[in-house]
Write a new protein. Structure first.
Length: 566
């Protein structure tokens, strides 16, 4: 592995030498975006020392991004001021891990000997200036609240508000934007603002970016507000994402949200496979993913893509022979991977599926079509699944995925700290015939075959079209990557005389490695309600199951179902 990393590094340096250094102009139809997948330094109890060590690695990554002409570079959540133990009752370590962050436009830390920011942010400011690149970093921000008039909220006894904060540096090293995370995820002792902030900044290459952090992406504010109310077309998304099967792995979520909202998304992931962290990507709305990385092993990498601008509501058509690209840093360039604990694959979490209404998709030798309606708590979903199963591929020495349809219209827990309304119509994979095995995957050391080929999958449901819900086309393969945008169609049709919209999600390719195929939605009005239990009233109606050709199958669906909503 070391020799491979070094080879990649040498190749990267060769490419660097071939590029002409330039920045994107305001009137171009694209810009060069970059995101870092980073495994941070975490050892120690002195947060300032840890942050400086990580900042020195950031400078290495910034220099590499400059070599690839990146206009903007995004670093992950929690990977600069990191390693602190979160606590509601003991925040004694928080001050050394935090930094004061000046209001936007008031400071260029690189040029200011009396700057109030920590040394790590000063190093990043100088690197942004030296390499003429916009840089987005995530820090623990500390704000002194003992001064009279600082805030109308009660000041904690230690005299500080601590925020999970994005800081944006421009090409001169100046702080041009600051966003404080509102939707926390298992971060006791971290504060939030009195209301969500809709924070944007506009670059010299004429793109306005909105800022969100990790768990924000699953909430209405500020994420959807930036898109719907402020017409933001490009979103910055640092994350320390805890991937969960079958619906919420990192790149799966990034791709689904970007597509559903048709915005460019620059997602930078904190890397640590032992804790299910990792996954970075640059996505271009309904045009699909431009470049992604979800590694089973620990990694430091840079992802770069030519991102099409959205001009007057239309995404530009961009063709590039140089981008996208992924550069993996060698252990000599960034040393954080030395002597770490390794795992054979990511340690993903599993959703609790017991409250879901599910129905087994039988695997009968040959080609079978199932037409099924499945309901859970007033959400009814229709499924049309045509698949071919090869029984001869299966024996006692191999493993293979089974499948279920699954519907949920209820409330789940996020990390045991908050609850959220979920609505989904889905086809999901299971490692055996039990519901408890759904959302698991086989170990890397096991022999796995893929005897099931999905010829067609058509999922449909009627969802509320008001502002309290959001739906996304959610997909995953057994490689833990989402489908390409060209592999499916996703349509919404408002039902006349109703407050509902019919959503249809159609797989348009054959697939032998499907893991999740879902319309996955949030019901914000159910947030903070009690977690749903199993619903005995859930029902499944088997409408049709027999064998016929795929072309006849699709014709039947179009005639009997789709046209009824047009």
């Amino acid at each position: 592995m070391r020799s491979l990393s070094l080879s990649i590094a040498v190749l990267g340096l060769t490419v660097l030498a071939q590029l002409t250094f330039e920045v994107s102009a305001a009137d171009t139809i694209s810009y060069i975006g970059a995101v870092a997948e980073y495994y941070p330094v975490t050892n120690g109890t002195n947060g300032t020392t840890i942050a400086t060590a990580n900042a020195n690695n950031y400078v290495t990554i910034i220099k590499t991004a400059w070599g690839y002409n990146a206009d903007i570079l995004v670093f992950p959540e929690d990977s600069l001021t990191t390693g602190m133990t979160y606590s509601d009752t003991n925040r004694t370590l928080y001050p050394s891990f935090g930094s004061v962050v000046p209001d936007a436009g008031l400071d260029i830390p690189c040029d200011n000997a009396s700057t109030v920011v920590i040394e790590a942010l000063k190093l990043i400011s100088c690197a942004a200036k030296q390499y003429s690149i916009y840089v987005v970093v995530n820090v623990i921000e500390k704000e002194n609240c003992t001064s009279t008039g600082t805030t109308s909220r009660p000041c904690p006894s230690d005299g500080y508000f601590f925020y999970n904060t994005n800081v944006v540096f421009n090409r001169t090293g100046g702080i041009v934007s600051r966003y404080r995370k509102f939707n926390l995820f298992a971060e006791p002792g971290i504060n939030v603002t009195s209301s969500p902030e809709n924070v944007t900044f506009t670059t010299d290459f004429n793109v306005t970016f909105g800022l969100i952090i990790c768990n924000d992406i699953l909430y209405k504010t500020p994420a959807l507000s930036l898109v719907d109310d402020h017409n933001v077309t490009d979103i910055i998304f640092p994350a320390r994402w805890f991937s969960e099967l079958p619906y919420l792995t990192s790149i799966q979520t990034q791709s689904a949200w970007s597509y559903a909202n048709n915005v460019n998304l620059l997602a930078s992931g904190y890397n640590n496979p032992t804790t299910s962290n990792g996954g970075s990507g640059i996505h271009a709305g309904t045009s699909g993913k431009l470049v992604t990385l979800l590694s089973e092993s620990a990694k430091n990498a840079l992802l770069v893509a030519r991102v099409p601008k959205v001009i007057d509501g239309v995404r530009s058509n961009v063709v590039s022979t140089t981008y996208p690209l992924t550069y993996e840093f060698s252990s000599t360039e960034i040393t954080t991977l030395a002597n770490i604990t390794t795992v054979s694959q990511n340690a993903f979490y599993q959703d609790t599926l017991a409250p879901y209404a599910t129905s087994v998709l039988p695997l009968t030798n040959g080609t079978t079509t199932t037409w099924l309606e499945l309901c859970d708590r007033e959400l009814c979903c229709s499924f049309y699944v045509n698949r071919t199963f090869s029984a001869s591929s299966v024996n006692s020495s191999v493993n293979y995925y089974r499948y279920r349809t699954a519907v949920f219209n209820g409330v789940r827990s996020f990390a045991g700290t908050t609850t959220a309304g979920i609505q989904t119509c889905s086809v999901i994979a299971c490692t055996n015939d039990t519901l408890a095995s759904c959302g698991l995957r086989f170990n890397a050391t096991e022999t796995v075959v893929q005897p099931t080929v999905f010829n067609s999958v058509f999922v449909s449901g009627n969802f509320s079209k008001n502002s309290t819900t959001m739906q996304m086309p959610n997909s995953l393969t057994t490689d833990i990557l989402p489908l390409n945008a060209s592999d499916f169609t996703y349509n919404r049709v408002n039902i006349s005389g109703s407050s509902l919209t019919n959503i249809t999600y159609n797989l348009t390719i054959q697939s032998s490695n499907l893991y999740t195929f879902a319309i996955y939605g949030r019901n914000f009005s159910a947030d903070e309600l009690a977690v749903s239990s199993a619903n005995v009233a859930s029902s499944a109606v088997q409408l049709l199951r027999f064998s016929f050709t795929t072309s006849v199958f699709l014709a039947v669906i179009e005639t009997l179902f789709v046209r009824s909503y047009l």
